[in-house]
Structures are given as C-alpha cells and as structure tokens.
Design a protein around this ligand. Structure first.
Ligand code: ADP
Length: 480
C-alpha cells in the first residue's frame, strides 16, 4: 500500500530537483553567454583599435624594422584597454592570402595557421571568431578582423585571448550551483519530512481514535486540537457521520423495541386465550369462541408482519417500484367502486371527483397500496353518516390525489408525527387496538419512491385531507 508520507516527500524532492535543474541550467547558460560576450567584446575592442592604426599608418606594416613602432602603439592601446594583457596572448597581421606579414612581441611562435575557410570568410569582409584548444588544453579565442583599404581587404588582423579565466569562472559557477542545489535539496528533504509529519499526525490521531471505537462507543466523538480548518472540518465531518450512525442505530433499536412490543401484545393475548381454554374442559361453543378470538390476534400479527416486510423492502437499498406511464383516473375509479360496498356497509358516502390529468410514471401495484391505506384510514376514522371523497387534480407540474373525510380529525400536535413508524394518536389507540401505526409510513415510502410527497391537513371534528402528490411523467426525478 502506498504511503502518503513518502508521496509528499518524493513529490517535494522531485519538484525541487526539477526546478533547481531548470534554474541552474538557465544561470549556467546565461553566465556562459555573458562571459563569452565579455571576452569577445574586449578582443574586438583591441582588434578594432589596432586595425584603425594599421589603416591610418599602413607603412608601419610595410616598412621593415618598424615592428617596435607598432608594438609601442599596441602597448599604448593595450593600456587604454585596461588590463588587456591579461587576456591577450598575441597579435598578428596576415596578408589576405594567409601569409604572416607582422607578428606582435607576444605572438606565439608555433601558432597554428588558420585554415583557408577562415581567410575566405574574412576576405568577404566578415569578422570571424573561433575557439580552439591549445596544446595544453587551454581554450583560446581567436579573432580575425579584415583591415580594408580602397574597398579591398588589405590585411587580416588576428588577435587571440586565453579563455582560461572564462573556463575557471564557469567551473566555479558550476560548483556553486551544484553545491547550492545539493544544500537546497537536503533542506527540502528535511522540510518535506517535517511537513509530512505536520500534515499526517492529525490524520493518524483521527485514524487511531476511529479504529479504537467500538459499537458501544457510538456516543463518543473525536476531538482534535488542531489550529487548521481542514482538520477541524475533517473532525466535524467524521463526528457528524457518527451522529447519523448513532441516530440511525437508535431509531433502528427503537423500531425493533416497538415492533417487538407490538408483536408481544397479540402473542400475549393468544397465549392467555390458549391457557384459559386449556384450564378445564370446555364446550365446543367456548372452544369456537376462543379460536375466533385467537384468529383475530393471528390476523393482527399477520398484518403487522406484512407491513414490516413492506417497509423493509423500501428501506433496504433500491425501492421495489417499477415505473411505467400510468393513467390514474381509471385506476382510482376501479378502487372506489371496489370499496363502495364497504363504505355503504358503514353508511359512509364514498365519491370520486376527477379532473383530466396527465399520466404519471408510477407503479400501479404500489400506488394502489398507498391509496388503500389512505382510504382504509378515512373509512375507519369517519363515523356513520360521514363522507369520504377522493379528488384527482392537476397541481402545478404534478398530479394530486386528495383523500378527504369528514371524520374525527387529528389534533395539531400529532400532525408532524403521523408518518413516523408505529405512531398512533391516543384517540385512535383508545378507539381500537387493531391498527399498526405503519400504514402512513408505508404511504410515505411509496410516495418518495415515486419522487412525490404525502401531506396532511386536519381539523378536529371536521375531518382530514391526506394529499398524495406525484410528478407527471416528463417532470419526474426519482430520488437516488
Ligand atoms: P393505523 O391506522 O394502523 O393506526 P396509520 O399509520 O395508518 O396507522 O395511521 C397512524 C395514525 O394516524 C392513526 O392511528 C390515527 O391516529 C391517525 N390517522 C390516520 N388517518 C386518519 C384519518 N383519516 N382521520 C383521523 N386520524 C387518522
């Protein structure tokens, strides 16, 4: 597994090495060019001065024995050129065809004769610079300068300078750059280690705390005393994940507690009934009564188990809905017709009012289940002589199915909790023990799986309206 620490150190080192290489290369190339220009400039300055003298006094070259006169002029010019002697080795004058016509006092005895190409270029009026290594390996800079007379190249002035100083200076620069770069890399290596430690220590502290946390520590939170906002954010993020885990763990636990409790009641009744029935010999009528009572409890257990299984389907991963374009009107019409008998039985008027609405993307089976839960409640909590109305209408960019009743209504304090699992109002509990408190949570899951919502408004003693809103097929965005 890769280590972030070595990644940080390597990255810093590679980056610094790259930068130093480029920087040193530029400095070295710049130094080289500057020194070369300096040497060439001084050489050319001297050569041009001498060329002028020769141009003005050509007899200095042509009359024999006048070397000293030129040498005197040369040394005067050299002094004018501030210490040119340090760099100037020799001066010579050639005829355009390459014959030596004059040698300065410091001219090298076995001077290599310049090749024809050099003279060829000088004859065409070009000033030629060349670097040649001497026998002892010292680089010598040569300058060939044409001296014209009457539009023709009359002489070729040759000046040369040692580049020893230039080479030594470059060598020193190279040593300086290498030593400097090495020191910077060493500092970068040590610095990157310090930086990696600074960055990774809080992460290590967090990892160790997280690793040592057990399920029993879900209430614990990480504390990190870091002045850096990034680590504070990381700690907060971790702690808020822990908050969510804790909440979800607690709600899971309370869900299990309540579910067990809800199951315990019918099971206890069942056990009690059976024990009482077995206490003594009973008539067949008494056994029948006990069995009917037990059957009721079994029915309640089955309803509870079915609801729990339904909820489990929606809460574990992907909701089990298969969405297709669906016309709600005929579906609701059929359901209302099916329930009319039951409503009549309870002497409740059940009606359906419909607008023309666009199709929704829905799963008919689950939408039917949601509407049955709402209608079942409406019929259940509405007294005889009341009315239950289903309204289908287009609302904004969606479709709304409202189930309206003229029942008991719900107190305002219960409204925010109605869609919580196992939540039942005291009045409903008192009225009958048959409900599970899971019908509305199932409606909520189904609505959300369709990208819709469920809401309720209610007035005590007037009735309640439960509204299921679904987006039409073109506007649907299913939650992830
Ligand atoms: P159940 O009806 O099985 O108790 P639900 O989840 O369907 O469970 O409903 C939760 C609670 O909401 C009910 O116990 C009842 O108190 C209240 N409720 C639901 N629908 C209505 C209604 N139409 N009128 C009055 N109260 C209702």
């Amino acid at each position: 597994m890769k280590s972030l620490r070595s990644l940080i150190r390597q990255s810093v080192l590679i980056l610094m090495a790259g930068l130093l290489l480029v920087f040193s290369g530029l400095i070295y190339a710049g130094g080289d060019a500057l020194l070369r220009r300096f040497v060439d400039g001084r050489l050319l300055g001297l050569a041009e001065t001498l060329a002028k003298i020769v141009e003005q006094h050509p007899n200095i070259i042509e009359s024999s024995g006048e070397d000293r006169a030129l040498a005197a002029e040369v040394s005067r010019s050299e002094k004018e050129q501030h210490g040119l002697q340090e760099v100037t080795h020799s001066l010579m004058v050639f005829s355009p065809d390459g014959r030596v016509v004059w040698k300065g006092p410091e001219a090298v005895a076995q001077h290599p004769v310049p090749d024809d190409t050099v003279f060829e270029r000088v004859r065409h009026g070009n000033t030629v610079f060349e670097t040649v290594e001497s026998a002892d390996g010292t680089p010598i800079r040569h300058l060939f300068l044409p001296i014209p007379r009457q539009g023709q190249v009359r002489y070729v002035l040759h000046a040369e300078a040692s580049m020893l100083l230039y080479r030594e200076t470059l060598k020193a620069l190279l040593i300086l750059l290498t030593a400097g770069s090495g020191t910077i890399l060493l500092v970068a290596w040590i610095g990157s280690g310090w930086l990696a430690k600074k960055v990774l220590t809080p992460i290590e502290v967090l990892s160790t705390s997280a690793e040592t946390m057990s399920e029993a520590d879900l209430g614990k939170r990480l504390t990190l005393d870091s002045p850096y906002q990034e680590f504070r954010r990381l700690t907060q993020a971790f702690n808020s994940v822990m908050d969510r885990f804790q909440r979800s763990g607690e709600s899971q636990r309370s869900f299990c507690d309540i579910a067990a409790h809800e199951m315990k009641t019918p099971l206890t009744i069942l056990q009690g009934n059976l024990e009482v029935a077995l206490l003594k010999a009973r008539t067949s009528e008494e056994y029948r009564e006990a069995l009917i009572n037990n059957l009721e409890q079994v029915g309640r257990l089955i309803a509870l188990t079915r609801s729990l299984l339904t909820l489990a389907k929606f809460t574990s991963g992907k909701p089990p809905v298969h969405l297709v374009p669906l016309a709600l009107e005929p579906m609701i019409q059929d359901m209302v017709e099916e329930l009319t008998l039951l409503a009549d039985d309870r002497r409740i008027t059940l009606s359906f009012e419909s607008q023309s609405v666009p199709p929704v993307l829905g799963d008919a089976q689950w939408l039917k289940q949601a509407l049955i839960n709402l209608l079942d409640n409406a019929l259940h909590y509405t007294p005889s002589g009341g009315a239950v109305t289903v309204r289908l209408q287009a609302v904004g960019e969606g479709v709304a199915v409202a189930v309206e009743d003229t029942g008991h209504g719900i107190e305002p304090e219960h409204l925010p909790h109605l869609f919580e699992r196992f939540y039942r109002t005291d009045w409903a509990r008192a009225k009958d023990a048959g409900g599970t408190g899971l019908g509305l949570p199932i409606v909520k899951e189904i609505a959300e799986a369709h990208g819709g919502t469920i809401s309720v408004t209610s007035q005590v003693d007037k009735g309640s309206v439960f509204t299921l809103r679904l987006p039409v097929s073109t506007h649907l965005t299913i939650p992830a």
